[in-house]
Design a protein around this ligand. Structure first.
Ligand SMILES: Cc1cc2nc3c(=O)[nH]c(=O)nc-3n(C[C@H](O)[C@H](O)[C@H](O)COP(=O)(O)OP(=O)(O)OC[C@H]3O[C@@H](n4cnc5c(N)ncnc54)[C@H](O)[C@@H]3O)c2cc1C
Length: 418
């Protein structure tokens, strides 16, 4: 049985884990990254918001990793009202296999060791951790990071699973198609689609969530997400299938072009943010494992990268390195604990408060009223008539409008309309 040693062990090589590994390895840290799947087609829309592209420039630097850049977003209200927004800067849509491959390749190039194996167990040992894998390897590390997604094993062992009210359930289809395929359309653009250069978001009535259609290179990604327990799986699948049929003359495309997927997304309840912890004694959680996704949109890729960045910054600034790969001096442990505490403050400051605010706004966003109308319908109606409202909506869609000021900003613009 092989026993390896590393300074920092990361469980999960999705955007959060692989980006963290590449940052740490580039700074000369000794990192091991575990994932049984490597780069894979994780159930996801693959929409990477403008803000993420801007902050993480490496995403668009290498054209070997194809993605679709999208500037047009059509939003459809519960009352069938629609508006199309044209964004000043595009956002990107990736196949998740491609996106994960991009980040994992960078981590390996930077010097991180990648172990294609799942972590089956970990225990505390002296000042660090003893980690076991599915295939029977054992590793020792000073600091442990859980980056293993919404169903995180690390989270379960360290602080417990997400309660039901902190999760959304999502289903989707990836449907292969020629990039400019002609087909009939009942959902998106009026021209006849599916349009391969336009995102469509539809808000069903009395529904805490939405349906989407995202064009990727050679694939249309359709999905639906809603608060876990609000609708049954069958109800969600029916909604989704009807939405997809609207694009294809009322029929589902041939089975060989269609892949179905389902997964959970952390969408934390307002009350959960106060108690949320993402780190402790020589450990930290990043990305979905920490609960970092937008509760209103389910968007988590930006927060996966951002939380990884913040933890890397904290480890750089506070985490002391021992001389040996598996250093066990008290100094090292204190340094890691300072880093963990510093990370806790950083994520809350950088995005935690805004996500908490989003949770507070969520019931109003999906079920509230604005000028006597369903909120999303009023938003879309105002956007049709007022450029200022379109700007705010566009900024919200690409992740640049703070939730704390969304209602105030919309109200200001709405008064101008009236
Ligand atoms: C249907 C759906 C649609 C979505 N659409 C979007 C979208 O369009 N835009 C957006 O921003 N976000 C979207 N999200 C959210 C987004 O997918 C996540 O927020 C993002 O992938 C989080 O990245 P992560 O690295 O934290 O976790 P993940 O991407 O889930 O990666 C976790 C990794 O850990 C590995 N792992 C799990 N267990 C172990 C183990 N025991 N040992 C080792 N490795 C392990 C897994 O194999 C996986 O590779 C969507 C989510 C869903 C479910």
């Amino acid at each position: 049985m092989q026993t390896g040693q590393a300074d920092i062990a990361i469980i999960g090589a999705g955007p959060a884990g692989a980006h963290l590994a590449s940052r740490l390895a580039a700074e000369g840290r000794d990192v091991v990254l575990f994932d049984p799947k490597g780069a894979w087609e994780k159930p996801c829309g693959g929409g990477v918001p403008t803000r993420a592209i801007r902050e993480f420039a490496f995403l668009l630097e290498n054209s070997n990793y194809p993605r679709k850049l999208v500037r047009r977003i059509t939003m459809i209200s519960p009352l069938e009202r629609r508006v199309t927004l044209t964004l000043d800067e595009p956002f990107a849509v990736y196949s998740r296999q491609v996106l994960n491959g991009l980040v994992l390749d960078r981590a390996i190039e930077a010097g991180a060791r990648f172990v294609r194996d799942g972590v089956s167990d970990f225990t505390r040992e002296r000042d660090g951790w003893l980690i076991s894998t599915n295939q029977g390897e054992r590793w020792r590390a000073n600091f442990l990071v859980g980056a293993d997604g919404a169903a995180s094993f690390a989270r379960r062992r360290l602080i417990g699973i997400f309660p039901k009210q902190d999760l959304a359930l999502a289903f989707g289809y990836n449907i292969e198609c020629a990039d400019e395929s002609p087909a009939s359309n009942g959902n998106g653009s009026q021209r006849g689609g599916p349009s391969m250069d336009e995102v469509v978001v539809r808000f069903p009535r009395d529904f805490t969530g939405y349906l989407w259609a995202f064009p990727r290179p050679g694939v249309m990604n359709f999905g639906v997400a809603s608060k876990l327990g609000e609708r049954t799986s069958d109800e969600l699948r029916t909604l989704l299938t009807d939405f997809v049929r609207g694009y294809y003359n009322g029929h589902m495309p041939e089975a060989e072009r269609v892949t179905f997927f389902g997964a959970k997304i952390p969408t934390l309840d307002f009350a959960s943010w106060k108690e949320l912890r993402a780190s402790g004694d020589s450990w930290a959680l990043v990305g979905d494992a920490a609960g970092f996704a937008d509760p209103i949109t389910g968007e988590g890729i930006y927060y996966a990268f951002k939380s990884a960045d913040l933890l890397a910054d904290a480890l750089r600034d506070k985490g002391m390195r021992g001389d040996a790969p598996y250093a066990s001096s008290n100094g090292s442990r204190n340094g890691y604990n300072e880093a963990a505490a510093s990370y806790e403050g950083r994520w809350r400051e950088e995005f935690g408060r805004d996500l908490e605010h989003a949770s507070y706004r969520l019931p109003h966003f999906y079920h509230g009223r604005f000028f006597g109308r369903i909120f999303t319908d009023a938003m879309i109606m105002l956007a049709r008539h007022h450029r200022g409202v379109r700007t705010i909506l566009g900024r919200a869609l690409v992740g640049e409008q703070s939730y704390a000021t969304l209602k105030r900003d919309l109200l200001r613009r709405a008064w101008q309309v009236f």
